[in-house]
Design a protein around this ligand. Structure first.
Ligand SMILES: CC(C)(COP(=O)(O)OP(=O)(O)OC[C@H]1O[C@@H](n2cnc3c(N)ncnc32)[C@H](O)[C@@H]1OP(=O)(O)O)[C@@H](O)C(=O)NCCC(=O)NCCSC(=O)C[C@H](O)C(=O)O
Ligand SMILES: [Mg+2]
Length: 277
């Protein structure tokens, strides 16, 4: 049964109230951050807090811990500490290519947690194909778009439409789909602008992302709605499954359904959608 990844809530591992709150929230994934949301002086203490929180678990929510980058004083210790922890994945920030991911895999161990990579540098975007081609050895499971860091490096002016990021986001989705990876859109910094969040969620869904990374509990419901199957999609999927289950269609590859051509590739799509629903 596939696990949904509609809403992935970041929270600083240094914030015990947020950790406690996350266990009550309807997000699909919790990402405990050891990187940008944690001040340098709090890194060591936050790593211990994250390990403790992982041991206690987050119920049905998947748990991912974002380590510090390997070129910082904390990254290697983070990865080594996460090697035997009961996390669903370790998220490595600022992955520039397969070399950094291989270093992380060596520290996490061959049998250690799966790896997720943040694609948030220009080199990282250029290296997507090489990185993803190494998926089996890296045990790479997911990609996350780091839109703040990308906008910073590309020197983009503020743009709610994210126009300049569109081609990069498409590349991430293509790379993820080519190698069977989960792929999540970047965060929306506008905490009090529901319209902007709604627009970004709709945009991410149209681009093919599985879900969105989030920074506040108030962003979970809009993401769950946008990235979950809609009632129309569920009705369509049920109709497709029923049509192909009809013995009259048993030998057909393509059929007419409600004025549309439907093929067996749509049946697979419909079955996946119903499993997620
Ligand atoms: C952004 C915040 C600092 C805002 O904090 P604040 O104004 O204090 O929030 P509220 O008062 O509205 O909080 C209300 C209650 O909700 C809890 N809360 C808030 N945020 C979270 C959260 N993310 N997860 C769980 N719970 C949360 C508060 O504790 C309050 O609870 P209670 O006191 O019990 O009522 C803050 O929201 C925050 O820290 N957000 C996460 C920031 C973060 O993790 N950033 C790093 C990831 S994003 C990133 O790095 C981008 C990427 O790399 C890129 O390049 O794009
Ligand atoms: Mg970043």
């Amino acid at each position: 049964m596939p696990h949904p990844h509609r809403s992935a809530l970041f929270l600083p591992a240094s914030n015990p109230r947020a950790i406690a709150k996350a266990r009550t929230l309807p997000c699909d994934v919790v990402i405990l951050d050891l990187e940008d949301a944690v001040a340098p002086d709090a890194k060591t203490q936050s790593r211990a807090a994250a390990l403790e929180a992982a041991a206690q678990g987050f119920g049905e929510r998947r748990l991912v811990i974002r380590a510090n980058a390997l070129d910082t004083p904390w990254g290697e210790v983070d990865c080594a500490a996460l090697r035997d922890s009961p996390v669903d994945a370790v998220l490595l920030p600022k992955v520039d290519g397969p070399a950094a991911a291989r270093r992380a895999r060596a520290l996490l161990g061959e049998e250690g947690p799966p790896l997720w990579a943040m694609i948030e540098t220009c080199c990282g975007v250029l290296a997507l194909a090489d990185l993803c081609a190494d998926t089996p050895a890296l045990r790479l499971e997911g990609l996350i778009a780091g839109t703040n860091d990308l906008a910073k490096e590309m020197r983009l002016p503020a743009d709610p439409a994210r126009a300049a990021l569109m081609p990069l986001l498409v590349q991430m989705v293509v790379a993820a789909r080519a190698y069977g990876l989960i792929v999540l859109d970047g965060v929306c910094n506008a905490l009090d602008d529901g319209d902007r969040l709604g627009a970004e969620c709709a945009q991410g869904r149209m681009l093919g992302f599985d879900g969105k990374t989030l920074i506040h509990p108030s962003q979970i419901a809009p993401a769950n709605t946008a990235f979950g199957p809609s009632p129309d999609e569920i009705a369509w999927a049920r109709a497709v499954v029923a049509a192909f289950a009809d013995p009259a269609n048993a030998v057909l590859g393509a059929i007419r359904l409600d004025g549309q051509m439907v093929e067996r590739l749509h049946l697979a799509q419909a079955e996946r959608l119903l499993a997620l629903a």
